[in-house]
Design a protein around this ligand. Structure first.
Ligand SMILES: *[C@@H]1O[C@H](CO)[C@@H](O)[C@H](O)[C@H]1NC(C)=O
Ligand SMILES: *[C@@H]1O[C@H](CO)[C@@H](O)[C@H](O)[C@H]1NC(C)=O
Ligand SMILES: *[C@@H]1O[C@H](CO)[C@@H](O)[C@H](O)[C@H]1NC(C)=O
Length: 181
C-alpha cells in the first residue's frame, strides 16, 4: 500500500511538472483608492501575446462566482470591479483565469477584499487663493463612486466622519518676489 501511495505521489508530481502553469498568472489583487476598486494581475515574463484573461467575482458567503461582463477573454491585465464590490459592509473575492495560446490555463484568486478596510485615501484637491495678508486654502470635497440610498454620490467626508487633513504651506521665494513688484 505504501509503495502504491509513493508511486501515485510521484506520478502526480511528474504530471504537475510537465504542465506547470503556476506562473501563467501572478499577483492577482485589488488596487483600491478612494473606493475605486481595480483588479490587477501580472503574467509571466515570457508569456505569449495570445494569452487571454477572464474575471469572476463573488460576495463572501455566497457560493456562486459571477461573470464580470466586459472582462472576459481580454488581453489587458486589469478589470474595473468598482460597481461590483462597492458595498462597504460586504467582503468580496475575485478570480482571474488565464488561457494561453497552447490551451494551458491557470486560475488565481484574490485575498478577501473590503473597500472600507483596504482602500487608500488620496490627497484632496486644494485651491490656494493668496490675499493681501493671508492665504485662503480651499479643500474640495472628494467624491467617491459610492452612492447613498437617495442616489447621491458620497464624499470621503460622508464615509469617514472623522477624516482630518494636514495642510502644509511651502513658501515659494520666486512667488514672493514676483508678488513684491
Ligand atoms: C471604474 O468604474 C467606476 C464606476 O463605474 C468609475 O467611476 C471609474 O472612473 C472607473 N475607473 C477606471 C480606471 O476606469
Ligand atoms: C450592503 O450589504 C448589506 C448586507 O448584505 C445590505 O444590508 C445593504 O443593504 C447593502 N447596501 C447597499 C447600499 O446595497
Ligand atoms: C515657485 O513657483 C514658480 C512659478 O509657479 C515655479 O516656476 C518655481 O519652480 C517654484 N519654485 C519652487 C522652489 O518651488
Amino acid at each position: 500500500m505504501r509503495t502504491l501511495l509513493t508511486i501515485l505521489a510521484a506520478g502526480s508530481l511528474v504530471a504537475h511538472n510537465t504542465e506547470d502553469t503556476s506562473n501563467l498568472l501572478q499577483h492577482v489583487k485589488f488596487q483600491s483608492s478612494n473606493f475605486e476598486n481595480i483588479l490587477t494581475w501580472d503574467s509571466r515574463l515570457e508569456s505569449s501575446a495570445d494569452t487571454v484573461y477572464s474575471v469572476q467575482y463573488k460576495t463572501y458567503g455566497e457560493g456562486e462566482w459571477l461573470v464580470k461582463e466586459g472582462c472576459q477573454q481580454i488581453t489587458r491585465k486589469s478589470c474595473n470591479l468598482t460597481m461590483e464590490t462597492g458595498n462597504l459592509t460586504e467582503f468580496y473575492y475575485a478570480q482571474v483565469t488565464a488561457i494561453d495560446g497552447e490551451g494551458q490555463s491557470a486560475t488565481k484568486m484574490t485575498d478577501r477584499f473590503n473597500s472600507l478596510q483596504h482602500t487608500i485615501i488620496k490627497p484632496p484637491d486644494v485651491t490656494c487663493i493668496p490675499k493681501v495678508r493671508s492665504i485662503q486654502m480651499i479643500v474640495h470635497p472628494t467624491y467617491t463612486p459610492i452612492h447613498a440610498k437617495n442616489g447621491h454620490r458620497l464624499t470621503l467626508e460622508d464615509i469617514f466622519q472623522d477624516l482630518f487633513y494636514r495642510l502644509e504651506l511651502h513658501i515659494n521665494d520666486t512667488y514672493q518676489m514676483v508678488n513684491k513688484w
